[in-house]
Design a protein around this ligand. Sequence first.
Ligand SMILES: Cc1cc2nc3c(=O)[nH]c(=O)nc-3n(C[C@H](O)[C@H](O)[C@H](O)COP(=O)(O)OP(=O)(O)OC[C@H]3O[C@@H](n4cnc5c(N)ncnc54)[C@H](O)[C@@H]3O)c2cc1C
Length: 472
Amino acid sequence: MADQQFDLIVIGSGPGGYVAAIRASQLGMKTAIVERESLGGICLNWGCIPTKALLRSAEVLHLAKTASAYGLKVDKADFDLDGVVKRSRGVAAQLSGGVKHLMKKNKITVIEGDARLEKGTNAPDVIVKDAKGKDTTYKAKHVLLATGARARAIPQAGLEPDGKLVWTYREAMVPDVMPKRLLVIGSGAIGIEFASFYNELGSEVTVVEAVDRILPAEDKEIAAFAHKSFEKQGMTIKTAAQVKGLKKGEDSVTAEVSVGGKTEKIEVDRVILAIGIVANSEGLGLEKLGVKLDRTHVVVDGFGRTGVKGLYAIGDLTGGPWLAHKASHEGVICVEKIAGAIDEAHPFDNWNVPGCTYSHPQVASVGLTEEEAKKTGKKLNVGKFPFIGNGKAIALGEPEGLVKTIFDAETGELLGAHMVGAEVTELIQGYVIAREGELTEEDLMHTIFPHPTLSEMMHEAVLASEGRAMHI
Ligand SMILES: Cc1cc2nc3c(=O)[nH]c(=O)nc-3n(C[C@H](O)[C@H](O)[C@H](O)COP(=O)(O)OP(=O)(O)OC[C@H]3O[C@@H](n4cnc5c(N)ncnc54)[C@H](O)[C@@H]3O)c2cc1C
């Protein structure tokens, strides 16, 4: 029997779900959120945040190792793996605790347990199984699915995690040993971030990527720049290469890798699988409700509507880009639409979602790559500016990097912006605002950028698109 009636029940408390719940509460809805694991979802507990904490340790280690270049003396830069992991887990726990506080502050009911749906009246009923196995039914006017995704495995190709020798991001984040030799399969943001972390800590890292370049979603030139830089730091990268199988030993794995028609054997201590993700759409009762799926992802419109009365979905569950800020933004749009606080003119727009990779060097982008922009048939103005021409980059000791902008030559619309180098993940937002605000090339040229900052390169790249860069 139904125990409680809500305006909105959100299932999953990742950055999609918990942000949607807060917005719903702000809009006056009586809101509940169901979570079967930890508040904050993958992002805060096993994704964005703990990886950034690990990468910060790697960055500090790098600075300590290169201290003499800054006129400093550091006797022996070293690390304690347990300490590095402990810090990362502490940061994750702090933020998950922060979500608990936010739920309380916004008077959102937190229900612990595993949720599934059954046909209801206004919206599907939500049945939650608690830790003791007891089912409780909750009713709401609207139900929002934000159940996220998990690491993809391909068992038929032998690419399956075992938690010991073959890791997913979960084990890679809390390593019990420091692998001397590490194979990372897949070179998207997750694979490259782990490759960067372990490489800095001294592992011999090999990255294998099936397509012809790393960071396949990024602009080709930027990806090539990052590729070179990673190789300079000692990584081995094999592109257009396929792992045909993993043979496990006692404490090692031998991978058979097919490259250029030849098969190589690579022996490593541990493997990280970073070959994509699959949505958590099973076990929710979606088939019986007639929810449309595209492979594992729930199909929705620009406001998160599934087509089933009262049922919505957002975040990783609905497909790429698989990013926390995409999930949060979708959550806000969806809830505002439910509350009637938004019109049909503002559905979710994938092209304004920035993408960031927090490796060393960092990579960040928004909008079309140059290859994609060329396919539009528009005449393009492409501007580029290298880090070596920027005073702040030199002062920081970070002279390697590139900023690139792509404009529609006729209208001045910023079609895309791409960067590689220090702190670019903090810079990209400037171009995101430019795109959202529909600023033109000329508007950006007339904008004043503070000196000395890395952001001046964003100005210079725009100027370069008209052959007017100043410092190169
Ligand atoms: C290693 C790694 C690094 C990443 N780094 C970044 C980054 O730097 N920046 C970025 O933007 N993105 C990053 N991501 C991606 C980001 O974590 C996801 O895009 C984001 O978490 C998606 O949010 P979500 O709310 O859709 O789902 P999730 O965060 O996955 O949350 C879903 C929640 O739903 C719960 N749940 C699932 N099913 C049920 C059920 N039946 N009942 C109750 N609860 C349920 C789960 O326990 C989970 O807590 C990273 C991911 C990984 C794995």
